[in-house]
Design a protein around this ligand. Structure first.
Ligand SMILES: Cc1cc2nc3c(=O)[nH]c(=O)nc-3n(C[C@H](O)[C@H](O)[C@H](O)COP(=O)(O)OP(=O)(O)OC[C@H]3O[C@@H](n4cnc5c(N)ncnc54)[C@H](O)[C@@H]3O)c2cc1C
Length: 436
């Protein structure tokens, strides 16, 4: 019998489990470990609450978890409760699928001022991530800024711009909905170092901004290259640019009180304020021959009592696991980190791609495992039994599949569309829902 440990229960972890289960069937036990007692990673804590249809992918993961050869072991933080070396003693292979939950730093003066937060924190707050239940982003000022030109920046800006009514059918957490109801924010500025052609925003997410109840997008026509230049873009990207051009050609709707301003060629150089953020100092940029942003020396101020940086993520380091500082992920060759140690998903590739990108990624790594470790040969390691014994010695209480299901039956568990969760979510709340 082979024993495999997959660390992380986001999309990458589940696709890898699915692939290993298909490859080995009854000849392997696959344990999916997670630091939380409920699974799904960013499907639960990242994907926007008003994009419910995307979250339905979790049903496929449920099927994997229900397979007889697959187990979920929650409430175990690898690197703290158990080391990777210890897991390698207990399992034939260890696959790290821990994602990239840390916000990349801006690296500019003032980024530690109160009111400056990372997108992982903000997104976690409105999605009920226990680490950010008490974030309390300042929503009492009239101006907010989001730094970054990807879909996560768009998610943050859209959530700040929606009305209570527009969250109907979402599973936004009650405490965030209540705070957003009282928000005074009228202008959200999205800052991008480069121009419209360099955005990493998809048409669906951009298009939504044209239909908000109270907010109107504002884009400068002068920021675009000549329209013929769009021909060289791939079709999806061209569609995004066409939507932005439409925004630029349409005057903001005077009946809507809020604005969502796209500020291109704008590089934040400092954040300033008296004890908290009040403004961003921005340098105007232009593109050099290589398409990189070059400062022009011209600076201006963008008022912002809330600043959200959405400039990318990195994987946390785990003792003994080689790390690629530049890429912010585990050092690996096609998913192989070292002997019997693998990485998948964002921990392997860095924070790019959609949920679906993690599927071929997980399948590829599972194939590598299967070719290195044929079923029916090798040591019979201790697997989950050994892990549970080790955790018991350390006073760590792992949770299982039944606990996850029990938690989801409670009001603080997984929300249903149209029924925002009412309470702040903390890990203790989840564990107390189990009666422990
Ligand atoms: C804000 C946001 C919105 C997004 N929206 C979309 C979208 O609309 N559509 C789309 O296709 N993609 C979207 N994505 C991308 C998608 O979420 C990712 O591609 C995907 O989640 C990456 O999967 P993963 O399994 O590598 O990481 P994750 O989903 O982050 O899963 C990692 C798991 O590892 C666990 N873990 C972490 N550290 C440890 C540890 N030390 N020990 C044990 N467990 C640990 C975590 O709890 C988590 O469950 C979005 C991403 C973000 C950040």
């Amino acid at each position: 019998m082979r024993h495999f440990a997959i660390v992380g229960s986001g999309p990458a972890g589940f696709y890898t489990a699915e692939a290993l289960n298909k490859a080995y069937g009854e000849r392997a036990r696959i344990d999916i470990l997670d630091r939380y007692p409920v699974p799904y990673g960013l499907i639960r804590f990242g994907v926007a609450p008003d994009h419910q249809s995307l979250k339905a992918v979790s049903k496929r993961y449920d099927k994997v978890a229900e397979e007889p050869g697959v187990d979920f072991i929650g409430n175990v933080t690898v690197g703290r409760d158990v080391s990777v070396d210890e897991l390698l003693e207990l399992y034939d292979a260890v696959i790290l699928a821990i994602g990239a939950p840390h916000d990349r730093k801006l690296g500019i003066p003032g980024e530690d001022l109160p009111g400056v937060i990372g997108s992982a924190e903000f997104v976690g707050w409105y999605n009920g991530h226990p680490d950010f239940a008490d974030l309390g982003p300042p929503l009492d000022g009239t101006h907010a800024a989001v730094i970054g030109n990807g879909n996560v920046a768009l998610d943050c800006a859209r959530i700040l711009s929606k009305t209570h009514h527009e969250f109907e059918g979402s599973d936004i957490v009650g405490h965030a909905l209540e705070a957003l109801d009282g928000s005074a924010i009228k202008t959200v500025t999205i800052l991008g170092r480069r121009g419209p052609h360099q955005i990493a925003m998809t048409p669906k997410e951009l298009g939504e901004l044209g239909h908000l109840e109270e907010s109107s997008p504002v884009v400068e026509a002068a920021d675009f290259p000549p329209v013929e230049a769009d021909d060289a873009l791939d079709p999806g990207h061209r569609k995004s640019i066409t939507i932005l051009r439409e925004f630029a050609a349409t005057p903001p709707d005077a009946t809507k009180p809020r604005r969502l301003v796209f500020d291109f060629f704008a590089r934040p150089v400092a954040i300033q304020g008296d004890g908290k953020t009040e403004r961003i100092i921005v340098e105007r940029t232009m593109l050099d021959q290589n398409g990189a942003a070059r400062g022009t020396g011209e600076t201006y101020e963008v008022p912002a009592s809330l600043v959200i940086s959405a400039i990318g993520y990195s994987t946390p380091q785990i003792d003994g696991v080689p790390y690629d500082e530049r890429g912010g992920k585990f050092r690996n060759e096609g998913g192989i980190i070292g002997n019997r140690l693998y990485a998948v998903g964002w921990a392997r590739r860095g924070p790019t791609g959609t949920i679906g990108t993690n599927r071929p990624d997980g399948y590829e790594v599972a194939e590598q495992v299967a070719s290195a470790m044929p079923a029916g040969s090798g040591d019979d390691r201790a697997g989950a039994e050994g892990l549970k014994a080790l955790l018991a010695e350390r006073g760590v209480l792992p949770t299982d599949y039944d606990d996850w299901r029990k938690i989801e039956e409670t009001e603080i568990g997984r929300a249903r569309p149209g029924s925002p969760r009412e309470k702040l979510v903390r890990v203790e709340d989840w564990l107390s829902a189990l009666g422990g």
